[in-house]
Design a protein around this ligand. Structure first.
Ligand code: NI
Ligand code: MN
Length: 227
């Protein structure tokens, strides 16, 4: 499994030779100006919730990849369906077998209004797994006890992507507790530094994890991690 960080909360996960994009927000992110959005090839676009900083580039990427399938909650899939983007709707607690493996839609504590003010349902995160790998993409969320259910209902996680920027989501201190709840010490941090209210001290964040015997990875934009 390879995970490429594309800035903010945007990720490209390669699993079983399928390319799964999460929360595309590239054209609106000055820090990601080196990423050529038109060269991105994807098989799936997963959306954790409806906020602009997670859905901005869905239409561009879907247009460039007409076979790509959108996966999100029912309300978001319905909204993009009206724009003729085909999708697979899910809701909390449900899992479904795709060709790369299984995806489960899990709880997130956040909000999810779509860019035009439409109801974007309730926000979530995803656990993706198959025989070889497992990954949790938390989406924008506070720390919540529901994260403990992930280790009880899904295979053991190899790695998790957690927001660490604070203000709109949990900060790194709470993310370290989340790491305990999900029983996974290998964490990729996201949703930090993009906007002034979520700028963090990266060295401090990494040290905070180190002291707890955990690993916080903060890949550069465009950098990949293979596990
Ligand atoms: Ni959000
Ligand atoms: Mn966000």
């Amino acid at each position: 499994m390879t995970i490429t960080y594309l800035g903010h909360a945007t990720l490209l996960v390669e699993m079983n030779d399928k390319k799964i994009m999460f929360d595309p927000f590239i054209s609106g992110n000055e820090m990601a100006s080196d990423i050529d959005i038109d060269s991105l090839e994807v098989d799936y676009i997963f959306l954790t919730h409806g906020h602009q900083d997670h859905v901005l580039d869905v239409e561009t990427i879907a247009k460039n990849n007409p076979k790509a399938l959108l996966v999100s909650n029912f309300e978001i899939i319905t909204w993009f369906g009206e724009k003729n983007i085909k999708g697979h709707p899910m809701n909390h607690g449900g899992k479904y077998d795709f060709d790369f493996g299984t995806a489960k839609y899990v709880t997130a504590i956040h909000s999810s209004t779509l860019p035009d003010g439409s109801n974007g349902g309730n926000p979530g995160g995803f656990v993706l797994y198959n025989e070889s790998n497992s990954i949790y993409i938390a989406g924008d969320t506070a720390l919540t006890m529901d994260m403990e259910l992930i280790s009880k209902t899904c295979p053991k996680l190899d790695i998790a992507v957690l927001p660490i920027g604070d203000n709109f989501t949990m900060g790194y201190e709470d993310a370290a507790i989340a790491s305990d709840f999900i029983a996974c010490d290998e964490i990729i941090g996201c949703h930090y530094d993009t906007f002034p209210p979520i700028k963090i001290d990266k060295v401090k964040a990494v040290e905070f994890f180190n002291k707890k015997g955990k690993k916080l990875m903060l890949p550069d934009i465009g950098e990949s991690i293979t596990i």
